[in-house]
Design a protein around this ligand. Structure first.
Ligand code: AMP
Ligand code: ZN
Length: 112
């Protein structure tokens, strides 16, 4: 099982901030901003390249959940960033898709 499947299964501890039957969200272990949450589907999908139409609702839920978590923390108006990294050039390190939700400081653009 991959690392995030193990977190979903409760075999690896994580600071969970949200869970439902399809998603879990937890604090990133190496936060890059005051808020750095990962929104992760419970089903294993390795990369964005592996998505098909059966995942469309799931990905929509991930993005809406990221926005909801940002809203809970008061970042809706000042802003926040959502990121999916895909494969080597983007620095994907865990091959189970996850949405990074970052906020609480000004974020530079373009990213490095
Ligand atoms: P990515 O580079 O997009 O694959 O991002 C993987 C993210 O997972 C990084 O931001 C890591 O800090 C984070 N991460 C790795 N291991 C853990 C863990 N055990 N619990 C929470 N976050 C983790
Ligand atoms: Zn997995």
């Amino acid at each position: 099982m991959c690392l995030f499947c193990r977190i979903v299964a409760g075999e690896v501890p994580a600071k969970r901030v949200y869970e439902d039957d399809r998603l879990v969200a937890f604090d990133d272990i190496n936060p890059q901003a005051p808020m750095h949450v990962l929104v992760v589907p419970k089903a294993h999908v390795a990369t964005l390249n592996d998505l098909d139409t059966t995942h469309d609702a799931l990905v929509g839920e991930m993005i809406r959940r990221g926005a909801a978590i940002a809203a809970e923390r008061g970042y809706s108006q000042r802003g926040f960033r959502t990121v999916f990294n895909c494969n080597a050039d983007a620095g994907q390190a865990v091959f189970h898709i996850h949405l990074h939700v970052l906020g609480g400081r000004p974020l530079k653009w373009p990213p490095g």
